[in-house]
Design a binder for this molecule. Structure first.
Ligand code: NAP
Length: 285
């Protein structure tokens, strides 16, 4: 069904702030969602240089911008410019979604809950599961916090830089002292799900973990979505292990942002179709 596009004096403005932002699929995905629900709103990319970040927020306020996403390299830098943070954004010290409120800008991070929501929709229960998490960067932090909230039994963090993994372990234990979290173990006990949240695999690199660790998983998830089948996922797939890539996490972080901004249930299928088209186009380039 063709939805009428309305742009007038009442059109609400949303956007994404980062540098660069030209690669982002969010402007099309979110605008398709607004159109599908006949919401008079558009979503635009706003590339910004760091010294101008705070001026941009002031300009957004004056222009009546209702909300925006934040991407690399400002997810942490923006925190100090906001007047309120959600619980997960406080934990992470990082924000990817901002909503206008009567008091000012409120920051959220939808990456982790986007990740767990995508699994829930697929019928994958996390409660009581033993997880191996590769990586301790921004995405790993967001995912580990969401996993901790989803009642997993154990999280084993494996990261190239030991201090970052130990720092994440400490943060998780500060949040919930009864969590079972270990770091870079020398031997491995049985696990259910292996999650790659490192950037290894984006550029055709080899797998980011020992093959035995991968092959002893029930499910392997790589949050990379381009390429859709990383070396890690190929290895697992060839061994008959269930696999997922990062497209659903990307989708549901956007779904959560849409719902935070509008208070309405997001049109998930419309957003997924938009993402798939953008991704197919990006892969042809
Ligand atoms: P980040 O904060 O820069 O963290 C990068 C992580 O990768 C760190 O743990 C880093 O280890 C590790 N790493 C990088 N190069 C490595 C190498 N050569 N060998 C071993 N480990 C290496 O990045 P991020 O924001 O967490 O993003 C990580 C990945 O997730 C990216 O591919 C990104 O595209 C993807 N992502 C996907 C979604 C989605 O919606 N699907 C959302 C967010 C991110 P060190 O600590 O040792 O440096």
């Amino acid at each position: 069904m063709l939805h009428r596009l309305t742009i007038n004096g009442k059109t609400k403005l949303y956007g994404i702030v980062g540098n660069p932002v030209s690669h982002s699929f969010s402007p099309e995905m979110q605008t398709h969602a607004f159109q599908h629900l006949d919401l008079n709103a558009v979503y635009l990319p706003f590339p910004v240089k760091e010294p101008d970040l705070s001026k941009l927020l002031d300009a957004f306020w004056v222009m009546g911008v209702q909300g925006f996403n934040v991407t690399v390299p400002y997810k942490e830098k923006i925190v100090g410019l906001l007047s309120e943070l959600s619980e997960e954004a406080r934990f992470l010290g990082s924000v990817n979604t901002v909503r206008r409120t009567d008091q000012g800008w409120k920051g959220f991070c939808t990456d982790g809950f986007g990740f767990t929501r995508a699994l829930t929709i697929k019928g994958i229960a996390l409660q009581g599961k033993n997880i191996v998490l590769l990586g301790a960067g921004g995405a790993a932090k967001a995912i580990s916090f969401a996993l901790a909230n989803a009642g997993v039994n154990q999280i084993v963090i494996i990261n190239r830089t030991q201090e970052k993994a130990s720092d994440l372990q400490k943060r998780l234990l500060d949040f919930n002292p009864s969590l079972n979290v270990s770091v870079n173990p020398t031997s491995h006990s049985a696990h259910d799900i292996l999650i790659n949240s490192t950037s290894v695999g984006m550029n055709g690199e080899d797998i980011p973990a020992a093959a035995e660790l991968v092959l002893s998983s029930q499910l392997v998830i790589d949050i990379i979505y381009n390429p859709p089948l990383t070396a890690l996922l190929k290895t697992a797939k060839n061994a008959g292990i269930a696999i997922y890539n990062g497209i659903d996490m990307l989708l549901y972080q956007g779904v959560e942002a849409f719902e935070i901004w509008t208070g309405k249930q997001a049109p998930v299928q419309v957003m997924f179709d938009s993402l798939k088209k953008s991704l197919a186009f990006a892969q042809e380039m």
